[in-house]
Structure formats: structure tokens, C-alpha cells
Design a protein around this ligand. Sequence first.
Ligand code: FAD
Length: 149
Amino acid sequence: MPPSYEARFGIVWGAMGAARSCLDAAISRSRTREVFGKPIGATQLIQAKLADMFVEYEKGVLLALHLGSLKELGALTPAQISVGKLNSVREPIQIAREARVILGGDGVTSGSPVMRHMANLESVSTYEGTNEIHQLVVGRALTDLAEFS
Ligand SMILES: Cc1cc2nc3c(=O)[nH]c(=O)nc-3n(C[C@H](O)[C@H](O)[C@H](O)COP(=O)(O)OP(=O)(O)OC[C@H]3O[C@@H](n4cnc5c(N)ncnc54)[C@H](O)[C@@H]3O)c2cc1C
């Protein structure tokens, strides 16, 4: 497999680690931060956010595991790596954003890891293929029609 594909495959996993860190920070804060006499984690709106973040995190890790299995079999295609790279950057950015919301004002400080992960994920969304280029790769695989050669 060419080195660029290896790098993209690594991002599929690495970005989910950033998502995990943001999710952990959000869960931890939601259990301890009290507003209106109870932890914010006891509110339905915060639990819905955490549940949605967790679902996307789990889906991303399961996709990474699946792509890893295909890689071990020597059956992983560039388009499948594009699916993984696209998902493993796009969704962790959303998870980081929701974590930032749950951490409130503290979420924008260096006291939490969230903004560091978000800035890093924004960089990762550009290198090793932007979201748009990976969408074009997947679109080409789906349609057999190429926007680029
Ligand atoms: C932190 C970082 C590290 C990097 N490291 C490396 C490195 O080690 N080696 C290396 O070679 N490069 C590296 N790069 C460069 C990176 O690969 C490019 O920035 C990336 O490929 C995008 O190219 P560009 O910046 O020229 O944007 P452009 O090509 O100008 O694209 C601008 C925007 O237009 C979109 N776009 C382009 N074409 C289309 C289209 N046909 N349809 C729809 N949208 C489109 C893009 O998705 C993007 O959002 C790095 C970049 C960053 C941010």
C-alpha cells in the first residue's frame, strides 16, 4: 500500500482518539458541573448530546476496526480508506464541537483538551485529502464517473 494510504489509514484511527478524549472531557464535566441545583449531566438535553456523540464515536471505531480487518486481508481499497478518512475527521470535529458546548466557557480555554483537538482536527481535515476530495473519490467509486483523473 502506498505511504499516503498508510497515513490516511492512520488518521482513521488517530482522529477517533481525539474524539474519545473530547467525549471523556464532556462526560466528566457533565457529571460534576451543577447548574440550577443539579449536574448538567442529569438533564435530557445534555444526555441526548452525549448519546449522539457516543454513537458517532462507536460507529467511527467500528468502521476503523472493519477497515483494519480488510487491511490485514490485503483487501482494503483506496475508496474504502476515503470513507474512513472522511468519517474519522468529519464526525470527531462534530464531537469536539459538542464537547466544547458542554464544557461551556471552560471549553475554549487550554485547561481542557477540546479546542486543541478541534484545531488539530481542522488541520487533519485538510491534509491527506480534504473532505471534498474524499467525497469525489467515493462518488467516483459509486458512479464510475470521475470528476478528476
Ligand atoms: C497541517 C498541514 C500539513 C500538511 N502537510 C503536508 C505534507 O506533509 N505534504 C504535502 O504534500 N502537503 C501537505 N499539506 C498540504 C495539503 O495536502 C493541502 O493543503 C491540501 O491538499 C489542500 O490543498 P490546497 O491547500 O492547495 O487547497 P485547494 O486545492 O486550493 O482547495 C481549496 C478548497 O477547495 C476544495 N476543492 C478543491 N477541488 C475541489 C473540487 N473539484 N470540488 C469541490 N471542492 C474542491 C478543497 O477541498 C478545499 O476545501 C498539509 C496541509 C496542512 C494544513
